[in-house]
Ligand binder design. Structure first.
Ligand code: ADP
Ligand code: ADP
Length: 227
């Protein structure tokens, strides 16, 4: 079953002589439960693509369909709800809110959505992410790996259909990196949640079921490497 489809995406930044074509005619379709690694050199358009999929950066032209809905045909309010419920974004440098503790960071998207925190789900997430006993710690009192686990918790709290991670292990050593990948894979397997990860790490890319290689804003390879 298709969960996500992009059609002929282009994205340009700037104008005239300063114009940069970050994406140039990108199309693909994603089935529910896929784990896709996006690879390619620095500056090739990977982050731009991920941000467009996540509803945070509007394409210059082309379309994104999530579960059949045209994402950028929505108004700003609908788009904000889309960002909180349909997708979970994970960044290289965690992007946690420094003055909020672990629990507050994880539950923020739910609260911003005006919904009640599902305590059972929070508890389960804290356990899975090995953050029990750290609930009241601030981000600067945590290791990099722990901070990334908090950001995974925040991304998963609303049980999004699609998790989008931009170099989630780029700032971690290999042991912590594999731990983060295992956690992402767990949710991918257990809930058939779709996972799209940008990575420079070949070991991680090879754990995906499909690899999309982007160069100069174009897909130069899109291959299913395992079913
Ligand atoms: P990658 O993630 O593959 O490193 P990016 O998507 O970050 O690539 O960037 C693709 C191209 O778009 C690069 O040339 C980059 O400099 C440019 N770019 C990205 N974001 C912006 C922006 N906000 N303003 C101007 N240029 C940008
Ligand atoms: P509900 O929406 O009523 O909680 P679901 O069928 O969506 O029920 O989920 C069943 C259980 O699995 C719940 O505890 C839910 O929080 C959890 N869950 C569902 N989808 C995901 C997901 N994609 N990632 C993590 N947990 C999930």
């Amino acid at each position: 079953m298709e969960i996500l489809r992009v059609e002929n995406l282009t994205k340009t930044y700037g104008t005239g002589e300063n114009m940069v074509r970050a994406l140039d005619g990108v199309s693909f379709s994603v089935k529910k439960g896929e784990f896709i690694a996006i690879i390619g050199p620095s500056g090739s358009g990977k982050s731009t693509l991920l941000h467009i999929l996540g509803g945070v950066d509007k394409p210059t032209s082309g379309k994104v369909f999530m579960d059949g809905n045209d994402v950028y045909a929505q108004n700003d309010e609908q788009l904000a709800i889309f960002r909180r419920r349909q997708v979970g974004l994970i960044y290289q440098f965690y992007n946690l809110i420094p003055v909020l503790n672990v629990t507050e960071n994880i539950t923020l998207p739910v609260l911003m959505d005006g919904r009640k925190v599902n305590d059972e789900r929070l508890e389960e997430l804290l356990k899975t992410l090995n953050l029990k006993g750290r609930e009241n710690h601030l981000p600067n009192q945590l290791s990099g790996g722990q901070q990334q686990r908090v950001s995974i918790g925040r991304a998963l709290m609303n049980a999004p259909a699609v998790v989008l991670a931009d170099e989630p292990t780029g700032n971690l050593d290999s042991k912590n990196s594999q731990e983060i990948v295992e956690l992402l894979k767990l949710s991918n397997k257990k809930f058939n949640q779709t996972l799209i990860v940008i990575t420079h790490d070949e070991n991680i890319a090879l754990q995906a079921n499909r690899i999309i290689d982007i160069q100069d804003g174009k897909i130069i390879r899109d291959e299913v490497i395992r079913q």
